[in-house]
Design a protein around this ligand. Structure first.
Ligand code: SF4
Length: 893
């Protein structure tokens, strides 16, 4: 067995991993005890990375189609890239360089990001290169630049251990950055005086842990932060010396926040004035570490939200000291690296500004080109709008899935349909975007590629290939360089001469010389020894843990700037027609559009299917029960989904995880509903809020198909059938064996031809292998596939009461005799004892909710649960949920 160190490819915590391989295959993964971000720990997602590597579903060969409406055919790399080069050349010749665009990803390595940026801005001469980081971190970037002068997060993870107060705003850290939350739990255990304040409209597992939860109404963060500053002013809790010595703009802001008294703001935010006062006092007392994420970023005033929070740090001098800093949590593993190389439509390499002629000249000189274009390119939403209008004709998408992840999916799908040429560079073959690709370029992915990534605390880690990529897949950076040399052979060869990823890194490193993120002291050799934080200038012995300790900021005056913004409400207010707030966020065990986690059956165990969460009171008012179907509708689209009551939500609010796209449910997924209005500075869309209506849907005829086999291939087979239904979902279940669960509902029985087609697709058509029960009068039809006495599939039509326990039996490889009597009888209820295991709370050790609840009812506390059931003893991701169950489960009488 070989072991190679690398980094987790999911969230921006940036946990180090040790990849175990045997015979060229990834066989296991462990947390790297030597990595400073996680010290050996991994969450459920990181701990199953090896399963995702084994799951299949990969793009293995270049594919090409020369006309729409036909299938892509396998081709050679040379033919695929020559075709794309010809196409891009023709478009550029005829319509200019701005008629092409590149939409890339915060999951690329810094090296791949660097060459994409250089390809667009240096070789082609367009700034139309933007990334899914636009959906994630661009408001944080704009907030830092507006106040501190540079996109340089000042704090570090060690600050968790030094903080007196941790202020979490707009982040369900327990789910989205679990290993950081473990660190917060440990810090609180070591220091019981440490206060945790959480600002979130939902009572998430993170909020449930807080000493003070400010359950604000959506989008009211700026009003809250101003009210906290108002209290600080009123009670003389500000640091006047720091303000005088290191900041500017205070007088203007002070005049603004005088209007934001806690009493005035309380009804705006929907929290009490007393809680605002308490939050302000604790914050000012410090040392305070603020951690924040999409609740602030994904907003039409995300820049103001970020900057108003930083105002609080500047006003109290809570910055540049141990335990005191604003620290934005990065959503993606390398959103930071992308920003370092300027891989966004309005940035240039090494945090240079596109609008600055000197900066443009510096970049042009570094690259050896005459100039780089001055006009900002199209940002994510604008890029797809331009494609739809026909201004951008050729679009290259890399390592991201806009047909699932962008808001207002109707527009995105229309744009992809309209584009003259869509190139998709992707590791996974079946994403929602893949069906629009005219050219599919198979890329390497986690465990197969070399490079670097930077996490939320500016820490750069070497990314290593543990195995070669499968099939003909190639490293992202190498694909770009090959294309560049075909597009403009002479110039391409001169600008893209790299022999390996290290050569790209060395050029990027040189571009940072003298900049705030100077890494001229770093090398691959040094990074092999340990991850390092930037800045790390030539001659340094170590990286810089905390920025701005001297109170000097990278602004023209050297002073930080207070940001003066008025509170603006959400872009789409609720009204009589759309009376409910709709919010999106992450699940604990899934990541982004599920291209990778969606292939690992056990990652569905915590949440099995798409659900709309509503408050109990809203459900009662609408006479809705758990599991009933509702149509959720916004001004942009609608979807049909099961509804579930949630105690996390206030009345008037709904929530749906961000992950579910058209590959896993009928329609275009959650982002059919969301809003593409964006922040005027950061251009980040308001994915976290829109207005919806919810109404019951009567689709009484339910159907469920369960089939054991290869998850990726079963999901692929399920895909075309989703479109036949208003309500349908496709998901996986199982632990060691994978079972597809396809659910659908319709007004009545389906046409016979469709039933037959589905039976054939899922191997339920062979009379020699299937047991059958049909009650035509009642419309009930059950089928089970039996192989060697073991049940390997089933189809339930007309009544699906057995679905939960039957899927568990299929996953366990149970004997067909166990279900024979039930299957061949005209009963609608499962046999005695036929109950599903229920939701899995502890994914590592496979412990289900009913077992935990029973133990708690019997008197178990957390320690007893951990001793008897072992839940929460491995990665710890379920500990907040165990605590919540302990707090809400009554003891048995
Ligand atoms: Fe990966 Fe989990 Fe660490 Fe994030 S917290 S980097 S998902 S292991």
């Amino acid at each position: 067995m070989s072991i190679v160190s690398s980094v987790c490819c999911y969230c921006g915590t940036g946990c180090g991993v040790l990849i175990e391989t045997e015979a060229g295959k990834i066989t296991g993964v462990r947390g790297d005890p030597a990595h400073p971000a996680n010290q050996g720990k991994l969450c459920t997602k990181g701990a199953t990375l090896h399963l995702s590597a084994q799951a299949g579903g990969r793009a293995l060969h270049p594919e090409l189609r020369t006309e729409r409406g036909v299938s892509r055919q396998p081709t050679s790399w040379a033919a695929a890239l020559d075709h794309v080069a010809d196409k891009f050349s023709a478009v550029i010749r005829e319509h200019g360089p701005d008629a092409v665009g590149f939409y890339i990803s915060g999951q690329l390595t810094t090296e791949a990001y660097y060459v994409f940026n250089k390809l667009a801005k240096g070789l082609i001469g367009t700034n139309n290169v933007d990334t899914n980081s636009r959906l994630c971190m661009s408001s944080a970037v704009a907030g830092y630049k507006a106040t501190l002068g540079a996109d340089s997060p000042p704090g570090c993870y060690d600050d968790i251990d030094h903080a007196g107060v941790i202020f979490i705003a707009g982040s369900n850290t327990a789910f989205a950055h679990p290993i950081l939350f473990r660190r917060i739990e440990a810090a609180r255990k070591a220091n019981p005086a440490l206060k945790l304040i959480v600002v979130d409209p939902r009572r998430t597992d993170t909020a449930a842990e807080a000493d003070l939860h400010l359950s604000i109404l959506p989008g009211t963060d700026v009003a809250l932060f101003h009210a906290m500053l108002n209290v600080m002013l009123w009670e003389e809790l500000i640091d006047r010396d720091y303000i005088a010595a290191h900041t500017e703009g205070w007088d203007v802001l002070r005049a603004t926040v005088r209007e934001y008294s806690p009493e005035k703001v309380a009804p705006i935010c929907g929290v009490s004035a007393a809680d605002i006062v308490q939050a302000a006092r604790w914050f000012a007392q410090g040392p305070t570490l603020s951690l924040y994420c999409q609740g602030l970023n994904q907003s039409s005033c995300g820049t103001d939200k970020n900057a108003s929070l930083i105002n609080l740090h500047l006003a109290t001098g809570q910055i540049g000291k141990p335990g005191a800093a604003p620290l934005s949590l990065t959503g993606q593993p390398n959103a930071m690296g992308g920003r370092e190389v300027g891989g966004l439509a309005n940035l240039l390499s090494a945090h240079r500004d596109m609008g600055n002629p000197e900066h443009r000249a510096e970049v042009a000189a570094l690259w050896g080109v005459d100039d780089v274009p001055a006009t900002p390119g199209k940002t994510a939403i604008e890029m797809f709008e331009a494609v739809k209008r026909g201004e951008i004709k050729a679009l290259w998408i890399a390592c991201t899935n806009p047909a699932q992840s962008l808001p207002n999916q109707a527009l995105v799908h229309e744009a992809l349909q309209k584009a003259e040429c869509v190139v998709l560079q992707e590791a996974f073959a079946d994403t929602e975007t893949a069906r629009y690709a005219d050219v599919l370029l198979p890329a390497s992915t986690w465990g197969e590629t070399e490079g670097t990534m930077t996490n939320s605390e500016r820490c750069i880690t070497r990314v290593h290939a543990a195995v070669p990529p499968p099939g003909e897949a190639r490293a992202d950076w190498a694909i770009v360089c090959d294309f560049a040399r075909r597009l403009l052979p002479e110039k391409g060869a001169r600008l893209f001469p790299y022999a390996d990823a290290e050569a790209v890194f060395n050029e990027h490193r040189e571009s940072t010389r003298g900049r705030d993120l100077d890494i001229t002291g770093l090398s691959y050799a040094l990074l092999e020894q340990a991850p390092r934080q930037w800045p790390f200038a030539e001659g340094s012995d170590a990286g810089t843990t905390r920025l701005y300790a001297d109170g000097v900021y990278p602004t023209a005056s050297g002073r930080a700037r207070f940001h003066n913004a008025a509170y603006c409400p959400v872009s789409e207010a609720i009204d009589a027609r759309y009376p409910l707030h709709f919010n999106t966020g992450r699940l604990r065990d899934q990541w982004h559009g599920m291209s990778r986690t969606g292939l690992v059956a056990r990652l569905y165990a915590h949440v099995e299917e798409p659900l709309l969460s509503m408050s109990r009171s809203d459900m009662e008012r609408r006479r809705l029960k758990d599991g009933e179907l509702v149509r959720v509708k916004s001004r942009r689209g609608s979807l049909v989904v099961k509804v579930a009551a949630s105690d996390e939500l206030r009345a008037g609010q709904t929530f749906m995880p961000m992950h579910w796209g058209g590959r896993f449910m009928a329609g275009q997924g959650v982002n059919a509903l969301t809003l593409d209005v964006f922040d005027p500075v950061s251009r980040q869309p308001e994915l976290k809020h829109c207005a919806v209506q919810v109404e019951r849907v009567e689709l009484p005829y339910r159907r469920a198909i369960m089939r054991r086999g290869d998850g990726a291939s079963l999901l692929r087979r399920a895909q075309p059938f989703l479109a036949h239904f208003d309500y349908a979902t496709a998901s996986l279940t199982g632990r060691d064996k994978t079972v597809l669960v396809f659910q659908a509902a319709s007004v009545g029985p389906l046409p016979e031809a469709l039933v037959k087609e589905m039976d054939v697709a899922f191997g339920l058509d062979d009379p020699l292998l299937t047991m059958n029960y049909q009650d035509a009068r009642r419309g009930i039809w059950k089928k089970a596939r039996v192989e060697d006495g073991v049940i390997t599939g089933a189809r339930l039509s007309g009544e699906t009461a057995a679905q939960d326990w039957l899927k568990d039996l299929i996953a366990a490889g149970a004997s067909a005799m166990d279900v024979r009597a039930w299957l061949l009888a005209p009963v609608t209820q499962p046999p005695a004892g036929g109950i599903g295991r229920g939701r899995i709370i502890c994914n590592c050790l496979d412990v289900a909710e009913p077992d935990i609840v029973a133990a708690i009812a019997g008197g178990a506390d957390l320690a007893a649960l951990q001793t008897t059931l072992k839940c929460g003893t491995e990665c710890g991701s379920c500990v907040p949920e165990l605590k919540r169950l302990l707090a809400t489960t009554p003891l048995a009488a």
